[in-house]
Ligand binder design. Structure first.
Ligand SMILES: Nc1ncnc2c1ncn2[C@@H]1O[C@H](COP(=O)(O)OP(=O)(O)OP(=O)(O)O)[C@@H](O)[C@H]1O
Ligand SMILES: [Mg+2]
Length: 421
């Protein structure tokens, strides 16, 4: 991607467009010019040939959209980002069809606009790479879940193993669990598997790491979860660096629906890479002041890296019975909503001793139910779908079409029509 992407701003409102122009210039973009709708916009686009076009979609909307179409035709490789005060879905859809790649509702914050521009530029780059055949390997499209926390002993491995099992057994997803605990990896202990080969056997020149080698280091647990264990001796981590981790995770994400990364209670370059590669970070904290303070520091650290905040999901795990912090207090302290809470459950330690996840040994326990629901929430698979279907409730198809069971006969007809079409 260009270091200082070149941009033009199109808006009928001169004051608004100079504000946008200033905002973009301050954020490091090379602003090549500004114009109103119509001929003026097209002439500027032709002359400037920018990397990206930022346009206001305001009344008269037909003119704005006509301008979007003209500019998109003229510069097919320069994406268009729109900002608008018009919020209704039909208008947004029309703008998308005219050629807008992203649509921001005003007032737009500077970081929101900047992120949108970089996102659509990255999307355009991927599109061009696909067109020119530069993308050789299949794209990694598994979801990488990094289970991270500011401390040790807060339940990261317990959550990783149980969530992995619930994702496989309840939602039918394929899961690989990678033990990135660079001190004493304990996934193998919690899942009771022998470790002969581990991630340390993949510490080779990155281009030499291939699927077959990776396959040799994977274990299939009887829960259905695949495991890439940590080496038994912590010293074996010395030969593993962040580049290996990236290669391994990318390969795994090409094959598995979910790649779960269990991290240690310390911070190092391997953990940093596990965070960078995450689709979602499950930020685990326990319900005590020390853990919450450390979690706040971790959030601040991620913010200082410009880590996308919407990727971080706060998960509160009650590892002991006594809880002296209220949920509102957690929200106030950490400045974010709690995404999930896992209750204290003594069945977890019994399960740990048996070397099996609690979702298997005691599926009706409080912690098991919470972790199964978490798996559903993260996978997007509707919970109790079968039960709902049996009871004639609203399933996915009826949700899309807005129909109920009584209207099932009609749904069948729609299905036929769609197939015929
Ligand atoms: N919700 C819970 N209820 C009861 N006990 C729990 C709960 N979650 C975790 N534990 C217990 O807390 C202890 C620490 O859990 P775990 O090993 O998963 O933490 P961790 O964050 O992975 O630690 P480390 O960073 O040292 O690897 C274990 O003994 C586990 O059984
Ligand atoms: Mg652990």
């Amino acid at each position: 991607m260009a270091r200082n992407p070149r941009v033009i701003v199109i808006d009928q409102d001169q004051i608004a467009r100079s504000e946008v122009q200033k905002m973009l210039a301050l954020s490091g973009f090379a602003v090549l010019g500004e114009a109103g709708y119509g001929i003026e916009a097209v002439s500027l686009a032709k002359e400037a040939e920018p990397d990206i076009v930022v346009i206001a979609v305001e009344e008269p909307v037909v003119r704005a959209l006509q301008t979007v179409e003209a500019v998109a035709d003229l510069l097919p490789q320069s994406p268009v980002v729109a900002y608008s005060s018009i919020k209704d879905p039909a208008s947004i859809r029309k703008a998308m069809l005219a050629g807008v790649s992203d649509y921001l509702i005003t007032p737009v914050r500077e970081e929101e606009l900047v992120k949108s521009i970089y996102d659509v530029l990255a999307q355009e780059e991927r599109k061009q790479a696909r067109i020119s055949g530069e993308v050789e390997e299949p794209l990694a499209c598994g979801t990488v879940l990094t289970v991270f926390g500011a401390k040790g002993g807060i339940g990261k491995t317990t959550i990783s193993t149980n969530l992995g099992t619930a994702l496989v057994q309840k939602t039918g997803q394929s899961v690989v669990l990678v033990d990135l605990d660079t001190r004493f990896g304990d996934v193998a202990i919690l899942m009771d598997i022998p470790v002969e080969r581990s991630i340390a056997d993949l510490a080779l020149p990155e281009e030499e790491i291939n699927r077959e080698m990776l396959q040799d280091c994977l274990y299939t647990h009887n829960t259905g979860v695949t495991i890439l264990p940590a080496p038994v001796r912590p010293t074996d981590w010395r030969s593993v660096h962040a580049g290996h981790i990236e290669r391994v995770i990318t390969l795994l994400a090409q094959t598995y629906d979910y790649v779960i990364l269990d991290t240690p209670g310390t911070f190092n370059d391997i953990v940093a890479r596990a965070l960078e590669l995450a689709t979602l970070v499950l930020l685990v904290a326990t319900v005590d002041m020390a853990s919450l303070k450390d979690t706040l520091l971790a959030i601040d650290m991620l913010r200082s890296w410009n880590f996308p905040q919407d990727k971080i999901k706060l998960l509160i795990n009650a590892t002991n019975e006594a809880s002296n912090v209220q949920p509102q207090e957690i929200k106030r302290m950490l400045g974010r909503e709690v995404f999930w809470s896992i209750p204290y459950d003594r069945n977890i330690s019994t399960a740990t001793q048996l070397g099996m996840p609690v979702v298997v040994t005691k599926p009706t326990s409080k912690a098991s139910e919470s972790m199964v629901e978490l798996a559903y929430a993260l996978s997007g698979v509707p919970q109790k779908q079968e039960q709902q279907q049996k009871q004639g409730g609203k399933g996915l198809f009826s949700r899309i079409l807005g129909t109920t069971t009584e209207e099932k006969a009609e749904v069948k007809e729609v299905k036929v029509e769609l197939r015929d079409a």
